[in-house]
Design a protein. Structure first.
Lengths: 184, 184
Protein backbone atom coordinates (compact mmCIF):
# COMPACT_ATOMS: atom_id res chain seq x y z
CA UNK A 1 0.00 0.00 0.00
CA UNK A 2 2.87 2.38 -0.77
CA UNK A 3 0.99 4.25 -3.52
CA UNK A 4 -0.65 7.51 -2.42
CA UNK A 5 -3.65 7.14 -4.67
CA UNK A 6 -4.26 3.60 -3.51
CA UNK A 7 -3.94 4.69 0.13
CA UNK A 8 -6.94 6.96 -0.35
CA UNK A 9 -9.06 3.95 -1.32
CA UNK A 10 -7.99 1.92 1.73
CA UNK A 11 -8.19 4.90 4.09
CA UNK A 12 -11.87 5.46 3.30
CA UNK A 13 -13.96 3.99 6.09
CA UNK A 14 -17.57 4.57 7.12
CA UNK A 15 -17.46 7.35 9.73
CA UNK A 16 -20.56 7.83 11.86
CA UNK A 17 -19.28 10.24 14.53
CA UNK A 18 -18.47 13.85 13.73
CA UNK A 19 -17.26 17.03 15.41
CA UNK A 20 -19.35 20.21 15.38
CA UNK A 21 -17.09 21.90 12.82
CA UNK A 22 -18.92 22.87 9.64
CA UNK A 23 -17.66 22.28 6.14
CA UNK A 24 -16.60 25.25 4.03
CA UNK A 25 -18.38 25.98 0.78
CA UNK A 26 -15.09 25.22 -0.99
CA UNK A 27 -14.97 21.75 0.56
CA UNK A 28 -18.55 20.98 -0.44
CA UNK A 29 -17.86 22.15 -3.97
CA UNK A 30 -14.81 19.85 -4.15
CA UNK A 31 -16.98 16.90 -3.10
CA UNK A 32 -19.45 17.74 -5.86
CA UNK A 33 -16.70 18.20 -8.45
CA UNK A 34 -15.48 14.72 -7.51
CA UNK A 35 -19.01 13.31 -7.81
CA UNK A 36 -19.43 14.69 -11.31
CA UNK A 37 -16.05 13.30 -12.40
CA UNK A 38 -17.49 9.76 -12.29
CA UNK A 39 -18.21 7.90 -15.52
CA UNK A 40 -21.84 7.35 -16.59
CA UNK A 41 -23.43 5.12 -19.22
CA UNK A 42 -23.18 6.98 -22.56
CA UNK A 43 -22.14 10.05 -20.51
CA UNK A 44 -25.75 10.91 -19.70
CA UNK A 45 -24.96 12.14 -16.17
CA UNK A 46 -28.41 11.38 -14.70
CA UNK A 47 -27.52 12.88 -11.31
CA UNK A 48 -28.74 15.67 -9.08
CA UNK A 49 -27.43 16.58 -5.61
CA UNK A 50 -29.18 18.26 -2.69
CA UNK A 51 -26.80 19.73 -0.08
CA UNK A 52 -28.43 19.91 3.35
CA UNK A 53 -26.83 22.02 6.10
CA UNK A 54 -29.83 23.45 7.93
CA UNK A 55 -29.84 21.85 11.44
CA UNK A 56 -33.61 21.33 11.40
CA UNK A 57 -33.51 19.60 8.02
CA UNK A 58 -30.55 17.46 9.11
CA UNK A 59 -32.53 16.35 12.16
CA UNK A 60 -35.46 15.46 9.91
CA UNK A 61 -33.19 13.39 7.66
CA UNK A 62 -31.73 11.53 10.64
CA UNK A 63 -35.23 10.87 11.96
CA UNK A 64 -36.34 9.60 8.55
CA UNK A 65 -33.53 7.05 8.23
CA UNK A 66 -32.92 3.90 10.32
CA UNK A 67 -29.14 4.32 10.54
CA UNK A 68 -28.55 5.93 13.96
CA UNK A 69 -27.73 9.44 15.07
CA UNK A 70 -24.91 10.58 12.79
CA UNK A 71 -24.77 14.24 13.85
CA UNK A 72 -22.92 15.47 10.78
CA UNK A 73 -23.01 19.17 9.81
CA UNK A 74 -23.75 18.31 6.19
CA UNK A 75 -25.67 15.73 4.18
CA UNK A 76 -25.62 15.24 0.43
CA UNK A 77 -28.64 13.53 -1.10
CA UNK A 78 -27.58 11.80 -4.31
CA UNK A 79 -30.52 11.53 -6.72
CA UNK A 80 -31.27 10.11 -10.16
CA UNK A 81 -33.20 12.39 -12.50
CA UNK A 82 -35.53 10.44 -14.82
CA UNK A 83 -36.31 13.52 -16.92
CA UNK A 84 -34.66 13.00 -20.27
CA UNK A 85 -35.29 11.89 -23.81
CA UNK A 86 -32.88 9.06 -22.94
CA UNK A 87 -35.20 7.85 -20.17
CA UNK A 88 -35.03 4.11 -21.02
CA UNK A 89 -31.24 4.28 -20.80
CA UNK A 90 -31.36 6.28 -17.56
CA UNK A 91 -33.71 3.77 -15.95
CA UNK A 92 -31.30 0.95 -16.70
CA UNK A 93 -28.10 2.54 -15.45
CA UNK A 94 -28.87 5.43 -13.08
CA UNK A 95 -28.23 3.47 -9.87
CA UNK A 96 -24.83 2.38 -11.19
CA UNK A 97 -23.93 5.88 -12.41
CA UNK A 98 -25.01 7.53 -9.18
CA UNK A 99 -23.22 4.88 -7.09
CA UNK A 100 -19.95 5.66 -8.88
CA UNK A 101 -20.53 9.37 -8.13
CA UNK A 102 -21.26 8.47 -4.50
CA UNK A 103 -18.05 6.49 -4.15
CA UNK A 104 -16.16 9.49 -5.56
CA UNK A 105 -17.72 11.74 -2.90
CA UNK A 106 -16.68 9.35 -0.13
CA UNK A 107 -13.12 9.18 -1.46
CA UNK A 108 -12.92 12.95 -1.97
CA UNK A 109 -14.06 13.43 1.62
CA UNK A 110 -11.22 11.15 2.76
CA UNK A 111 -8.78 13.13 0.61
CA UNK A 112 -9.91 16.33 2.35
CA UNK A 113 -9.50 14.83 5.83
CA UNK A 114 -13.27 14.50 6.26
CA UNK A 115 -15.35 11.48 7.27
CA UNK A 116 -18.49 10.22 5.56
CA UNK A 117 -21.05 7.44 5.52
CA UNK A 118 -23.27 6.18 2.68
CA UNK A 119 -26.87 5.55 3.85
CA UNK A 120 -28.90 3.62 1.27
CA UNK A 121 -32.40 4.89 0.42
CA UNK A 122 -33.62 3.55 -2.97
CA UNK A 123 -35.06 0.94 -3.51
CA UNK A 124 -36.58 0.97 0.00
CA UNK A 125 -39.85 2.74 -0.84
CA UNK A 126 -40.66 3.95 2.67
CA UNK A 127 -37.23 5.62 2.92
CA UNK A 128 -37.57 7.15 -0.54
CA UNK A 129 -40.90 8.64 0.48
CA UNK A 130 -39.52 10.12 3.72
CA UNK A 131 -36.44 11.66 2.07
CA UNK A 132 -38.64 13.07 -0.70
CA UNK A 133 -40.69 14.94 1.89
CA UNK A 134 -37.71 16.37 3.80
CA UNK A 135 -35.97 17.70 0.68
CA UNK A 136 -39.08 18.36 -1.47
CA UNK A 137 -37.85 16.02 -4.19
CA UNK A 138 -40.29 15.72 -7.12
CA UNK A 139 -41.70 12.41 -8.40
CA UNK A 140 -39.46 12.24 -11.47
CA UNK A 141 -36.34 12.35 -9.29
CA UNK A 142 -35.36 9.42 -7.03
CA UNK A 143 -33.13 9.77 -3.96
CA UNK A 144 -30.58 6.94 -4.11
CA UNK A 145 -28.85 7.63 -0.83
CA UNK A 146 -27.91 10.19 1.82
CA UNK A 147 -24.22 10.80 2.50
CA UNK A 148 -23.52 12.33 5.90
CA UNK A 149 -20.19 14.17 5.87
CA UNK A 150 -18.18 16.18 8.36
CA UNK A 151 -14.95 16.35 10.35
CA UNK A 152 -14.37 12.87 11.79
CA UNK A 153 -15.12 12.26 15.46
CA UNK A 154 -13.74 8.71 15.27
CA UNK A 155 -10.70 7.13 13.65
CA UNK A 156 -10.59 3.82 11.82
CA UNK A 157 -7.63 1.97 10.38
CA UNK A 158 -7.14 1.59 6.65
CA UNK A 159 -8.32 -1.76 5.34
CA UNK A 160 -9.41 -3.91 2.47
CA UNK A 161 -11.75 -6.87 2.79
CA UNK A 162 -9.90 -8.62 -0.05
CA UNK A 163 -10.14 -12.38 -0.10
CA UNK A 164 -8.94 -14.69 -2.85
CA UNK A 165 -12.13 -16.72 -2.50
CA UNK A 166 -13.99 -13.97 -4.36
CA UNK A 167 -11.65 -14.04 -7.36
CA UNK A 168 -11.61 -16.46 -10.29
CA UNK A 169 -9.20 -16.84 -13.19
CA UNK A 170 -10.54 -16.96 -16.78
CA UNK A 171 -13.80 -18.73 -15.88
CA UNK A 172 -16.10 -18.66 -12.87
CA UNK A 173 -15.09 -21.31 -10.35
CA UNK A 174 -11.41 -21.53 -11.34
CA UNK A 175 -9.51 -20.49 -8.20
CA UNK A 176 -7.40 -17.38 -8.52
CA UNK A 177 -4.91 -18.49 -5.87
CA UNK A 178 -3.88 -21.53 -7.91
CA UNK A 179 -3.44 -19.34 -10.96
CA UNK A 180 -1.46 -16.82 -8.92
CA UNK A 181 0.87 -19.45 -7.47
CA UNK A 182 1.55 -20.92 -10.91
CA UNK A 183 2.80 -17.60 -12.25
CA UNK A 184 6.54 -17.22 -12.71
CA UNK B 1 -7.08 20.54 -7.70
CA UNK B 2 -3.96 20.77 -5.52
CA UNK B 3 -4.81 17.72 -3.42
CA UNK B 4 -3.17 14.46 -4.51
CA UNK B 5 -6.10 12.28 -3.59
CA UNK B 6 -8.54 14.50 -5.42
CA UNK B 7 -6.28 14.53 -8.49
CA UNK B 8 -6.74 10.78 -8.77
CA UNK B 9 -10.49 11.25 -9.10
CA UNK B 10 -10.17 13.89 -11.82
CA UNK B 11 -7.36 12.04 -13.63
CA UNK B 12 -9.52 8.93 -14.12
CA UNK B 13 -10.87 8.94 -17.67
CA UNK B 14 -12.34 6.17 -19.82
CA UNK B 15 -9.38 4.71 -21.75
CA UNK B 16 -10.21 2.53 -24.76
CA UNK B 17 -6.77 2.17 -26.39
CA UNK B 18 -4.04 0.09 -24.80
CA UNK B 19 -0.47 -1.04 -25.43
CA UNK B 20 0.44 -4.73 -25.67
CA UNK B 21 2.11 -4.72 -22.23
CA UNK B 22 0.51 -7.16 -19.81
CA UNK B 23 -0.35 -6.42 -16.22
CA UNK B 24 1.62 -8.08 -13.45
CA UNK B 25 -0.15 -10.33 -10.97
CA UNK B 26 0.75 -7.78 -8.28
CA UNK B 27 -1.06 -5.03 -10.21
CA UNK B 28 -4.17 -7.14 -10.68
CA UNK B 29 -4.18 -8.01 -7.00
CA UNK B 30 -3.96 -4.30 -6.09
CA UNK B 31 -7.00 -3.61 -8.29
CA UNK B 32 -8.94 -6.33 -6.50
CA UNK B 33 -7.82 -5.14 -3.06
CA UNK B 34 -9.16 -1.71 -4.03
CA UNK B 35 -12.43 -3.24 -5.24
CA UNK B 36 -12.99 -5.04 -1.95
CA UNK B 37 -12.26 -1.87 0.05
CA UNK B 38 -15.58 -0.39 -1.12
CA UNK B 39 -18.48 -0.08 1.32
CA UNK B 40 -21.49 -2.40 0.92
CA UNK B 41 -24.99 -2.36 2.43
CA UNK B 42 -24.72 -4.02 5.87
CA UNK B 43 -21.20 -5.11 4.84
CA UNK B 44 -22.55 -8.11 2.95
CA UNK B 45 -19.93 -7.86 0.16
CA UNK B 46 -22.09 -9.52 -2.54
CA UNK B 47 -19.28 -9.44 -5.13
CA UNK B 48 -17.29 -11.89 -7.18
CA UNK B 49 -14.60 -11.07 -9.76
CA UNK B 50 -13.47 -13.01 -12.82
CA UNK B 51 -10.03 -11.98 -14.15
CA UNK B 52 -9.69 -12.72 -17.88
CA UNK B 53 -6.24 -12.64 -19.50
CA UNK B 54 -6.45 -15.46 -22.05
CA UNK B 55 -6.31 -13.81 -25.53
CA UNK B 56 -9.02 -16.07 -26.92
CA UNK B 57 -11.38 -15.32 -24.03
CA UNK B 58 -10.66 -11.59 -24.31
CA UNK B 59 -11.57 -11.73 -28.00
CA UNK B 60 -14.80 -13.51 -27.13
CA UNK B 61 -15.64 -10.82 -24.55
CA UNK B 62 -14.98 -8.04 -27.07
CA UNK B 63 -17.14 -9.81 -29.63
CA UNK B 64 -19.94 -10.23 -27.09
CA UNK B 65 -20.10 -6.54 -26.18
CA UNK B 66 -21.16 -3.60 -28.37
CA UNK B 67 -18.44 -1.22 -27.16
CA UNK B 68 -15.73 -1.39 -29.85
CA UNK B 69 -12.37 -3.11 -30.04
CA UNK B 70 -10.64 -2.28 -26.75
CA UNK B 71 -7.61 -4.57 -27.11
CA UNK B 72 -6.72 -4.61 -23.43
CA UNK B 73 -4.54 -7.41 -22.01
CA UNK B 74 -6.89 -7.89 -19.06
CA UNK B 75 -10.59 -7.74 -18.29
CA UNK B 76 -12.25 -7.94 -14.89
CA UNK B 77 -15.86 -9.10 -14.84
CA UNK B 78 -17.57 -7.63 -11.75
CA UNK B 79 -20.44 -9.88 -10.63
CA UNK B 80 -23.13 -9.93 -7.98
CA UNK B 81 -23.57 -13.24 -6.14
CA UNK B 82 -27.19 -13.85 -5.13
CA UNK B 83 -26.27 -16.89 -2.98
CA UNK B 84 -26.83 -15.86 0.60
CA UNK B 85 -29.25 -16.06 3.45
CA UNK B 86 -29.43 -12.29 3.06
CA UNK B 87 -30.72 -12.63 -0.49
CA UNK B 88 -33.53 -10.03 -0.25
CA UNK B 89 -30.98 -7.46 0.94
CA UNK B 90 -28.49 -8.45 -1.77
CA UNK B 91 -31.12 -8.10 -4.48
CA UNK B 92 -31.86 -4.56 -3.36
CA UNK B 93 -28.32 -3.24 -3.12
CA UNK B 94 -25.94 -5.43 -5.13
CA UNK B 95 -25.77 -3.14 -8.16
CA UNK B 96 -24.89 -0.21 -5.89
CA UNK B 97 -22.33 -2.20 -3.90
CA UNK B 98 -20.68 -3.61 -7.02
CA UNK B 99 -20.69 -0.19 -8.70
CA UNK B 100 -18.76 1.27 -5.76
CA UNK B 101 -16.26 -1.60 -6.09
CA UNK B 102 -16.04 -0.94 -9.83
CA UNK B 103 -15.31 2.75 -9.32
CA UNK B 104 -12.55 1.75 -6.88
CA UNK B 105 -10.99 -0.50 -9.54
CA UNK B 106 -11.02 2.33 -12.09
CA UNK B 107 -9.41 4.73 -9.62
CA UNK B 108 -6.83 2.16 -8.48
CA UNK B 109 -5.93 1.58 -12.14
CA UNK B 110 -5.36 5.33 -12.52
CA UNK B 111 -3.21 5.33 -9.36
CA UNK B 112 -1.06 2.56 -10.88
CA UNK B 113 -0.62 4.44 -14.17
CA UNK B 114 -3.03 2.11 -15.98
CA UNK B 115 -6.06 2.90 -18.11
CA UNK B 116 -9.50 1.33 -17.85
CA UNK B 117 -13.05 1.48 -19.16
CA UNK B 118 -16.34 0.38 -17.53
CA UNK B 119 -18.57 -1.51 -19.98
CA UNK B 120 -22.12 -1.98 -18.65
CA UNK B 121 -23.68 -5.45 -18.92
CA UNK B 122 -26.58 -5.89 -16.43
CA UNK B 123 -29.50 -5.14 -16.85
CA UNK B 124 -29.16 -5.69 -20.63
CA UNK B 125 -30.25 -9.34 -20.75
CA UNK B 126 -28.65 -10.21 -24.09
CA UNK B 127 -25.28 -8.95 -22.82
CA UNK B 128 -25.66 -10.78 -19.52
CA UNK B 129 -26.33 -13.99 -21.44
CA UNK B 130 -23.27 -13.56 -23.69
CA UNK B 131 -20.88 -12.74 -20.83
CA UNK B 132 -22.24 -15.71 -18.85
CA UNK B 133 -21.28 -18.04 -21.68
CA UNK B 134 -17.75 -16.67 -22.16
CA UNK B 135 -16.86 -16.84 -18.44
CA UNK B 136 -19.09 -19.81 -17.49
CA UNK B 137 -20.93 -17.74 -14.90
CA UNK B 138 -23.73 -19.69 -13.12
CA UNK B 139 -27.34 -18.56 -12.95
CA UNK B 140 -27.19 -17.34 -9.35
CA UNK B 141 -24.39 -14.91 -10.23
CA UNK B 142 -25.01 -11.83 -12.40
CA UNK B 143 -22.29 -10.05 -14.38
CA UNK B 144 -22.74 -6.31 -13.77
CA UNK B 145 -20.01 -5.07 -16.06
CA UNK B 146 -16.70 -5.80 -17.76
CA UNK B 147 -13.74 -3.54 -16.98
CA UNK B 148 -11.02 -3.59 -19.63
CA UNK B 149 -7.70 -2.56 -18.13
CA UNK B 150 -4.15 -2.17 -19.40
CA UNK B 151 -1.33 0.28 -20.04
CA UNK B 152 -2.89 3.32 -21.69
CA UNK B 153 -2.46 3.80 -25.43
CA UNK B 154 -4.14 7.20 -25.32
CA UNK B 155 -3.93 10.18 -22.99
CA UNK B 156 -6.85 12.29 -21.78
CA UNK B 157 -6.81 15.44 -19.67
CA UNK B 158 -8.11 15.47 -16.11
CA UNK B 159 -11.65 16.79 -15.85
CA UNK B 160 -14.85 17.08 -13.93
CA UNK B 161 -18.26 17.56 -15.52
CA UNK B 162 -19.35 19.64 -12.51
CA UNK B 163 -22.13 22.09 -13.14
CA UNK B 164 -23.99 24.13 -10.52
CA UNK B 165 -27.27 23.36 -12.31
CA UNK B 166 -27.15 19.85 -10.82
CA UNK B 167 -26.82 21.08 -7.22
CA UNK B 168 -29.53 22.35 -4.90
CA UNK B 169 -29.34 23.85 -1.42
CA UNK B 170 -31.53 22.44 1.38
CA UNK B 171 -34.48 21.55 -0.88
CA UNK B 172 -34.77 20.36 -4.46
CA UNK B 173 -35.10 23.30 -6.85
CA UNK B 174 -33.32 25.88 -4.66
CA UNK B 175 -30.29 26.94 -6.69
CA UNK B 176 -26.93 26.20 -5.15
CA UNK B 177 -25.21 29.13 -6.89
CA UNK B 178 -27.45 31.66 -5.10
CA UNK B 179 -26.73 29.96 -1.82
CA UNK B 180 -23.01 29.88 -2.58
CA UNK B 181 -22.89 33.57 -3.48
CA UNK B 182 -24.75 34.55 -0.31
CA UNK B 183 -22.15 32.90 1.90
CA UNK B 184 -19.80 35.18 3.78
Amino acid sequence: MENNGLNLIFDRRSIRKFTDQKLTQAQIKQLLEAAMAAPTAMNIKPWKFVVVQDPQKLAELRAALPFGKMEAPCAIIVCGDMNSYKRPLIERFWTQDCSAATQNILLAATALGLGSVWCGVHPIDRLVKKVRIVAQIPENVIPLNVIFVGHPGEQKEARTQYTEKNVFAETYGTPWEDFENNET
